[in-house]
Design a protein around this ligand. Sequence first.
Ligand code: ADP
Ligand code: MG
Length: 711
Amino acid sequence: MTPERDPLESPIQYVKGVGPRLAERFAAHDIHTVGDALRFLPRRYEDRPLVASISALRPGEQAAFLAQVLDFGMRHAGRGRRIFELLLGDASGRILCRWFNFHPQSFARRFQRGARVRVAGLVELYRGQRQLVHPEVEPAPEEAGEADAASEALEAERLIPVYPEVEGVYPKALRRIQARVVDAYAAQARDVLPAWVRAAHGLPELAAALGAVHRPGPDADVELLNGFRSPGQRRLVFEEFFLLQLGLALRRERVRRQRAHGLCAGGDYAALAERLFGFALTPAQRRVLEELLRDLAAERPMNRLLQGDVGSGKTALAVLAAVAVSRAAGQTALMAPTEVLAEQHHRRIAELLRRGPDALETVLLTAAVKGDERRRAFEAIRSGRAGLVIGTQALLEEAVEFHRLGLCVIDEQHRFGVLQRARLRGKGLAPHVLVMTATPIPRTLAMTLYGDLDVSILDELPPGRQAVRTQVLRGGQVGQAYRAVRREVETGGQAYLIYPLVEASEKIDLRDATRMAEELAAGAFRGLRLGLLHGRMPAEEKDAVMRRFAAGELDVLVSTTVVEVGVDVARAGVMVIEHAERFGLSQLHQLRGRVGRGSRPGSCFLVAHELGSEDARARLKVMERTTDGFVIAEEDLAIRGPGEFLGTRQSGLPAFSVGNLARDADVLSEARRTAFELIERDPELRAPEHQALRDALWRRWGQRLMLAEVA
Ligand code: ADP
Ligand code: MG
């Protein structure tokens, strides 16, 4: 069967009024085909009734009207500034239009005295006179000599779609092009949503949705449209999310169909926790432990994300799971993002487990483990004697052969990519996988990024934990923070001083770690033992500094954000974060979780240095108000948007062209639920009514979603 050519694949260049030059402008916005143009949606809609006469123009209102060009010219307004003015009139009166940014040559050529024009814009009042600043001015339809049905119809429309700016294309030309594309192609757009899905969610057909979104009729509801809540808009957003969620559902289904060891090992793990650690599990821990044990007992691999704030007791649960796995004759691999963290885990866990009722043997395997010790570790892993193996990515090396790997725990997962997750599975053993993260991820993001994982949440801290006291300071008050550091050290504690990562190119005003370490050593912190940690240091050097700090050989650690993940130094009670306005809230939360880990109460100073950032200060105040990581994450997402929230280009977050995770959370949930339902019913998408969907899925996400597991 040869696929018929999709008319929506036609290059935008061949649409009337586009041509090679404009096609390039469109390409800069990733619009290559008419199909891309159809998904390029208006950002907002303006309700611009055609006003009958100039005298009827009201200040403060958006309006469109027809008028005659009376005069125009450029005026000098002092200090080299120029203003272009256009005087318009009709039988009822006159009005002035002004431009402050314009291209002198092309502007002079644009107008002709006596010509009839159509003008649209916001009517303002300036020194008692009505005026329009930077209005849209076009030849009046009758003068433009355009017999084009689309452009005429467009003139008659009351609701004007406003598209995101495409540089080099006038807004009105853009509207006209879009109108032509919609008229010629919308009806041919293939609707991939099965009828039952549309019916269940009250979604219009694709062609109707595209029409309503690009060319809203006179009765359309502007408010609904501007809130992106109209049925047409929701339908397009739903479709986009639905395709992604289907991909995730399929991927999850594939993993579930692999076989795993059913590691059913009964026992009273809550009692074991008390015996091993000397504390009772929190209700949240008990609930999550149940979820883990249930997954482990199944003969398909666990594929779970455990989210819990710093110190909520995730590691403790991983250790209990490891015991359960060993009771069913399996091994557990616990992978930390850095050697320091792997060693830290090993130091805490090995002794506990060896002395515990199961006498479980734990081995450490990192690049730093060498020679005989390394050989012994390999041997213990291969023979199955090692019940728990703690390490870093080195554990993924080919040479490491497990006797019977039952469970993989990946701690602080955001340092591990999806690829590594896939690689683990590639070993053919189908171990159960538990990914743990202390970065609370807002629900919408979790559904998108980790949508193929089941999610457990530890939403409760162990009792008796003191919240870190947080205080926002202005740059001028930084001395207050430095004094707190000194006091902390003098009373037997330690402190962190955190700086933003500094790019070589933006050294200007930022107090970067290196320079400040020197300055402070000679000034505010004279006599204290300072250590310096930054991203450009070689890994061994970083580890060495970190070890000295952990051993109490350093009083103050001056650092960029490398301490972010998991580091646990019980005596560190104070943290000062410089240029806090540069960090995301979630990152700040993560950072401050490093203090107050032991019996010393923690305090954190957020120093905002940049002037004129009242907003930034207000944002930081959230940190004073709450210590709930999820509340902070939601706030952060709302402020910065998903891309920045995740902080990296390779965050793995797909670029949505219509959907917006912050705005369309409810549509996302619906799309997700439906997608998973559908895969449950038709896991291979074999039903004829799902064919179009299957094709679309491959076209859209093929490589990325399906092949990752096979790689
Ligand atoms: P996470 O890995 O989520 O940061 P950990 O498992 O490392 O948390 O626990 C943080 C600290 O709290 C550890 O010192 C741990 O022993 C302790 N802890 C964990 N669970 C409890 C509990 N239920 N009651 C008291 N202390 C606990
Ligand atoms: Mg931890």
